[in-house]
Design a protein. Structure first.
Length: 128
């Protein structure tokens, strides 16, 4: 059954902030044998400089690995491992985001407490 590459690219972009170009390159590698930079660039219609940047990012995210041999070739990781790697990156970023927000809450609370504690009673208010 053929897959909808656009749908997968959109889903991975939305859920894990994976650039569409990386999904497209991963899917090309998944459906072919290992490819060189030049071959991959041709498959995804990118320049030499663009493909080097793309491959570096894909290596860093854990989507592909460098295969043995000369010239250098790249091969996709198993889809389960790839998605696990994407999830771990997402999880790490999410936890850091929560920590950053918690630190912001603590800073703002510390700034506002003295104002709250030093407020003057309202003179028009009746005491009973």
């Amino acid at each position: 059954m053929p897959i909808d590459e656009g749908q997968i690219a959109e889903l991975l972009s939305r859920q894990f902030n994976l650039p569409t170009e990386e999904t497209q390159a991963y899917l090309k590698l998944l459906g072919t044998s290992d490819l060189t930079l030049e071959e991959l660039a041709k498959e995804v219609n990118l320049s030499e400089g663009e493909i080097k940047t793309l491959v570096a990012s894909m290596l860093e995210r854990g989507l592909i690995i460098e295969a043995t041999g000369t010239p250098k070739r790249y091969t996709p990781l198993h889809p389960r491992m790839t998605l696990t790697n994407l999830f771990k990156i997402y999880e790490k970023e999410l936890v850091q985001s929560l920590r950053d927000r918690r630190a912001t809450v603590d800073r703002v609370v510390n700034l506002l407490i003295p104002i709250f504690e030093e407020r003057k009673p309202n003179s028009t208010r009746t005491r009973g």
